[in-house]
Structure formats: structure tokens, C-alpha cells
Write a protein that binds this ligand. Structure first.
Ligand code: HEM
Length: 345
């Protein structure tokens, strides 16, 4: 006879609530070494559950965005998945003050029993990085070796399987490459952009508060900025760059509003991830100061490197923001009706 489903059986609480005693070096659960070790275990387990949910949502977002073509209704669905991820990321950030209620001396009471265990070995965290689009060459070298040395062959196989699928970054870039801009967009936009840079240059040239050296410096930087803008729209990956700028510049057009929301959602995902890296490093700093990590890294110095530019993912969106110009300078769209909803066209 089948057993009735209860709260406890449905959620498999036996498994979950039976897992807060840490595993010892002999492969057997051991009694907790300190009252606060329970908190340490529970917070990490809660993170792993949230990682699992985020992987679930990102898988959906990646699959939808990697479609060719991406159907119009898929965009709000991707944004909804990302919105859920953002809220989870905020919860993950809020776990850090909880762990900070632990006194560093109390942490030291059981830290040695962690051996070489470290968040560095979180396979789901690495999966998330790969799914987002962090490339191996971006990673900070860890004791002269790849991060994979720390994982079992079956876990490495999971990383490889993920690498063989489009990441969010790749799916975004391919989608942007296919997104058509108005014919002649690049030429007309660059004319408007040049006018914008000219006006900025004039403001600096006419500024009596600047010394000659400061003026020359500002003008030089603006010329660099102009060159970078042209390079962005006419150099490598020009189609992808143009689409990204076009969407953000003309986001008021009904058909571009959702794509623009997608770009914002991806930036928010990245920003919250970076915030977590930074906040985790500050928490670690408070907890262990400048000593080496249990995983054997330099500790805070290593963690801080992972919160820098080097770990950025959606660089195309970020770069495109540099070359946006004020709305009043935007060249009017020649085929405006094309970007309205069908009824407006
Ligand atoms: C007392 C609390 C904590 C301390 C002292 C701490 C310390 C550290 C240190 C020193 C590292 C660098 C690697 C190493 O040498 O071990 C690290 C990495 C890491 N920790 Fe924590 N951690 C704490 C809590 C957490 C929590 C609650 C999580 C949530 C899952 C977490 C996730 C990670 C992850 C994912 C990494 C790898 C980061 C990367 O390589 O980019 N840590 N941690």
C-alpha cells in the first residue's frame, strides 16, 4: 500500500535534516566541534540549495536565448527567469551578515577541522560561472594550476558538458549578431556621436578653470574616446556592438523595450554576482584577516582579484553604455514604423 505524502516525505526532510553533522576525515559524520559550527554548515548548505535553483533558472534562460531565432515571447520569459535569479542573489547576499554573527575566535575553534575544504571546491559555483560565460583564461591562476584539479573526474565531465553548450554570454552575443539594426545606423549614429564629442571637447577647451595641461589632457582623452567609439562600431564584432547600442539607444521604441530589458537584466545579474564576490571577501577579511585560506589560496588577496574587471562577463553591454549619447542628439529612425507594435506600423 502506498504511503500518504506528508510535508516531511514530500520535502525529503529526513535526508536534508540529517546532514548537519560535518563529515570527518574518516568519512563518518562527527559531532560538531563548536556551537557555531552548525551555523557554518547550515549557511553553506543553504547556498548550495540556492545555487541549484539558480542553475535551474539559468539553464532555462540559456536555452531560450540560444534558440535561432529567439521568438518574441521568449524575451519576457528569459527576463522572468533572471528576475528570480536577482532575488535569490539578494537573499545570498543577505546570508553574509548571518555568518558574520559568528565571532572570528569561535570560527577558529573549529576551522582546523575543515582540513583543506573550501568554498573554492563548490562544483555548483563553478558551473554557474561557466554557464554565465566566464572563460578559463579569465580566471586567476590558482597555485599554478587550473581550478579543476580540485574536482572528481565525473564533476570535470559536467564542467566539460556545460562548456560544450552556449553560455549566457555566447547566447547573448550570437543573438545580438543576428539582431538587425536600421540600414545605415552605424554611419548616422557615428555622425551624431562625433557631434557629441565635438561639443564635449569645446566645453573643455572653453573652460577657464582648467590649466593648459589639464585642458590638453581632457581633449586627448576625448579624442581617445572618439577613436574607441568608432572602433566599437566599425572594428571587430561591429554587428554585435551596433545591435547592442541600437537597442539601448532606441529603447523607447515598443519593439526594442523588451530586448533592452533583457540587457539590463543581464547586467543586474552580473552586478549582483560581483557584489557577492566583494562582500564575501570583506566577510572573509573580518573573519580570518590576511591569513591563507583553507583551500590554500592567498585568501582575501585571491578573492579580491576575482572581484575585478578581469571577471566581467557581459562586456559588450557595458562597453556599449560608454557610447550612448543624449536622446536629443539621436538620429531619428528612418523606418520608425518597423519598431512599433504591429498595430502602430
Ligand atoms: C567563515 C566563513 C568563510 C570564510 C572564512 C571563507 C573563506 C574563503 C577563502 C579564504 C576562500 C579562498 C579560497 C581558499 O583558499 O580557501 C574562499 C573561497 C570561496 N568561498 Fe568562502 N569563506 C567563508 C564562507 C563562505 C560561504 C558561506 C560561502 C557560500 C557558499 C562561500 C563560498 C566560497 C566560494 C564559492 C569560494 C570560491 C571563490 C572563487 O574562487 O572565486 N564561502 N572562501
Amino acid at each position: 500500500m502506498s504511503k500518504p505524502v506528508t510535508y516531511e516525505t514530500y520535502l525529503r526532510l529526513d535526508n536534508i535534516l540529517d546532514a548537519q553533522e560535518p563529515m570527518g576525515p574518516d568519512g563518518k559524520p562527527r559531532p560538531r566541534a563548536h556551537h557555531d559550527e552548525m551555523l557554518f554548515v547550515v549557511v553553506h548548505q543553504a547556498y548550495e540549495l540556492w545555487f541549484k535553483q539558480v542553475i535551474h533558472e539559468l539553464t532555462r534562460a540559456c536555452d531560450l536565448l540560444a534558440d535561432d531565432p529567439v521568438p518574441e515571447p521568449a524575451i519576457p520569459r528569459i527576463c522572468s527567469a533572471l528576475r528570480r535569479v536577482h532575488e535569490i542573489q539578494k537573499v545570498m547576499l543577505a546570508h553574509l551578515p548571518v555568518i558574520e554573527t559568528m565571532n572570528p575566535v569561535d570560527f577558529l575553534a573549529f576551522r582546523d577541522s575543515l582540513g583543506n575544504a573550501s568554498g573554492f571546491q563548490s562544483a555548483q559555483f563553478r558551473e554557474l560561472e561557466i554557464m554565465a560565460g566566464l572563460r578559463d583564461e579569465q580566471r586567476v591562476n590558482y597555485q599554478g594550476d587550473t581550478f579543476e584539479r580540485r574536482f572528481r573526474p565525473e564533476t570535470i565531465a559536467r564542467f566539460d558538458a556545460l562548456r560544450s553548450r552556449p553560455s549566457l554570454r555566447q547566447a547573448l552575443n550570437t543573438w545580438l549578431e543576428r539582431t538587425p539594426c536600421e540600414p545605415g545606423f552605424v554611419a548616422t549614429y557615428l555622425m551624431a556621436f562625433d557631434g557629441y564629442v565635438d561639443a564635449q571637447t569645446k566645453t573643455h577647451k572653453d573652460n577657464p578653470q582648467l590649466s593648459d595641461k589639464e585642458r590638453a589632457n581632457a581633449v586627448g582623452m576625448l579624442e581617445n574616446y572618439r577613436r574607441n567609439g568608432h572602433e566599437f562600431l566599425e572594428g571587430d564584432d561591429a554587428d554585435m556592438h551596433a545591435a547592442c547600442l541600437f537597442i539601448a539607444a532606441y529603447r523607447d521604441e515598443p519593439l526594442l523595450e523588451r530586448p533592452n530589458r533583457l540587457l539590463d537584466s543581464l547586467l543586474e545579474f552580473e552586478e549582483l554576482w560581483r557584489l557577492w564576490r566583494f562582500r564575501h571577501a570583506r566577510m572573509v577579511e573580518r573573519m580570518i584577516g590576511l591569513r591563507v585560506g583553507t583551500g590554500g589560496s592567498s585568501g582575501v588577496a585571491y578573492l579580491d582579484k576575482t572581484a575585478t574587471e578581469r571577471y566581467r562577463i557581459f562586456t559588450v553591454i557595458l562597453e556599449s553604455r560608454s557610447f550612448l549619447i543624449p536622446r536629443k542628439l539621436l538620429p531619428p529612425l528612418k523606418e520608425k514604423g518597423r519598431y512599433g507594435f504591429a498595430a502602430d506600423a
